[in-house]
Design a binder for this molecule. Structure first.
Ligand SMILES: [Zn+2]
Length: 167
């Protein structure tokens, strides 16, 4: 009935990754630090070894995916190149919450402007549209900035890059 106590497994917080610059072909081994990890070590729950192993593997896969998303947002330490496609993807990811936000905010604002300003239906709809657009823009710009900052903080280079032209 009773089994040997399970060894304590901790959630992985870091994973190794390979940084490679498509512009100057600089490449380095980096360590990705999960920005969403808790400061404290978090043990993996689970009633048996199999469940623990599965949870660990899932956590590792998630970490690897996050590292893959973060790495292209980090400027190359030797030439400073950042992939514009990665930045575009960051904009898209930042825009994702709008799918849930706009259908709620737009009718609410239209109604609100209709109540407080009551110039006309058209006018309040237009006002609501403008405010929603500005709000969306803020969400996207802020979100993209957050993604970029987070990515740059999460990726650590093992050592300082050696400059290509020492002077
Ligand atoms: Zn480079």
């Amino acid at each position: 009935m009773s089994s040997a106590p399970l060894p304590v497994q901790l959630y992985p917080k870091t994973c190794p990754a390979q940084f490679s610059c498509p512009s100057c072909h600089y490449s380095a081994q980096v360590v990705f630090h999960d920005p969403e990890a808790f400061a404290e070590d978090e043990p993996i729950g689970g009633r048996n070894r199999w469940m623990q192993e599965a949870a660990l593997e899932q956590a590792q896969q998630k970490l690897t995916r996050r590292a893959e998303q973060a790495l292209p947002l980090v400027p190359c330490p030797t030439c400073g190149f950042v992939q514009s496609s990665a930045l575009r993807k960051a904009y898209l990811r930042a825009a994702l919450p709008l799918v849930a936000m706009v259908p709620v905010v737009l009718p609410t604002l239209t109604m609100l402007f209709g109540v407080i300003a009551t110039p006309s239906r058209m006018m309040s709809a237009l006002l609501a549209l403008i405010v929603t657009l500005l709000l969306s823009l803020t969400v996207v710009l802020w979100g993209k900035q957050r993604l970029v900052t987070e990515a740059r903080r999460a990726v650590r280079f093992d050592r300082a890059p050696t400059p290509r032209n020492p002077s």
